[in-house]
Write a protein that binds this ligand. Structure first.
Ligand SMILES: [Zn+2]
Length: 94
């Protein structure tokens, strides 16, 4: 199954989770993780391609485990910065 950026975008996913599967010194797994904004990639790019292109900044491992971040879909327009909470709050009477 080929998963493309266009496909996961259609599910509202805005970022990818990247988990390192490399090994650090000895037998300790690296488990370095990070996120990638999917806007950085073309719509036709596949997750498999991205996995091969990723490189762990901690251990240098070349093949990461890349997954769409379905867990916390971000609302649009948050890429610029944090959203400010609305000031006007309606107080609810009992
Ligand atoms: Zn690593």
């Amino acid at each position: 199954m080929t998963v493309t950026i266009a496909h996961i975008r259609s599910h509202g996913v805005r970022q990818l989770l990247v988990y390192c599967r490399g090994r650090c010194e000895g037998d300790w797994p690296c488990h370095h993780e990070g996120t990638l904004q999917i806007e950085r990639f073309s719509l036709t790019a596949t997750l498999a391609e991205i996995e091969h292109r990723c490189r762990c900044t901690a251990c240098g491992w070349r093949k990461a485990d890349v997954r769409p971040d379905y867990s916390k879909p971000l609302p649009p327009r948050t890429s610029v910065g944090w959203m400010k909470p609305k000031r006007t709050r309606k107080k609810r009477d009992k």
